[in-house]
Design a protein. Structure first.
Length: 201
């Protein structure tokens, strides 16, 4: 499996230490428990997603509830009044916000695949949505390649553009990374002007 994934991602200049192991679970509940367990084990200092506020985390939350698990109890994430999935102790950097506000890409070119091509110059693995379920059943290695491709795309987008931009702004604007990422440009400008006015007084 790992060899197949590496072969399909051969065009990527992987600077990662490795793709790790691809592990299958017999049912969804076991998969979710493993995900929560891995997050508690590794204790990430930042969570990075692409449209995670409106897809990944809500999906995980809904499926966890089906199996009697709770995302807030497991990892500390909860939906804010604005719809963001936040943890008060760990930033959640949803790269889609950066793309919408700061990438200058047109609205029809803000999906992860289009952004990967435009900003990183790579062609990610693509799968027709109609083929996802059959592939997951009959050719899971292809779906694994697709999933890893999305993860690698998000990683490089974050490391090259989003991380330096957002955390640099945090040095001059008195807000945490979650707010700097999600607030509008006008709000950020107002906050910066307030800092400048305070310093001059």
């Amino acid at each position: 499996m790992e060899k197949h994934v590496q072969r399909n991602l051969g065009a990527w200049p992987l600077m990662l230490t490795g793709l790790g192991s691809i592990i299958y679970h017999k049912h969804e509940a076991a998969l979710l428990r493993r995900f929560f367990s891995e997050m508690r084990l590794h204790k990430p200092m930042v969570y990075v997603t692409y449209n995670g506020d409106y897809f990944d985390f809500p999906f995980i939350q809904a499926r966890a509830e089906v199996h009697g698990m709770n995302l807030r109890r497991e990892l500390g994430f909860n939906m804010s009044s604005e719809g963001a999935m936040l943890n008060p102790a760990i930033p959640h950097i949803d790269c889609f916000y950066w793309v919408k506000r700061d990438s200058y890409l047109p609205q029809g070119s803000q999906g992860l695949k289009a952004v990967t091509k435009a900003k990183l110059g790579f062609d990610p693995v693509e799968v027709d949505p109609e083929e996802m379920l059959p592939l997951a059943i009959n050719e899971p290695h292809k779906m694994a390649s697709y999933s890893v491709s999305d993860a690698v795309s998000t990683y490089y987008l974050y490391m090259k553009y989003v991380h330096p931009f957002i955390f640099s702004l945090c040095n001059i604007i008195p807000m945490g990374p979650d707010d700097v990422l999600r607030k509008g440009s006008g709000t950020l400008c107002e906050a910066l002007l307030m800092v400048q006015a305070y310093n001059k007084n």
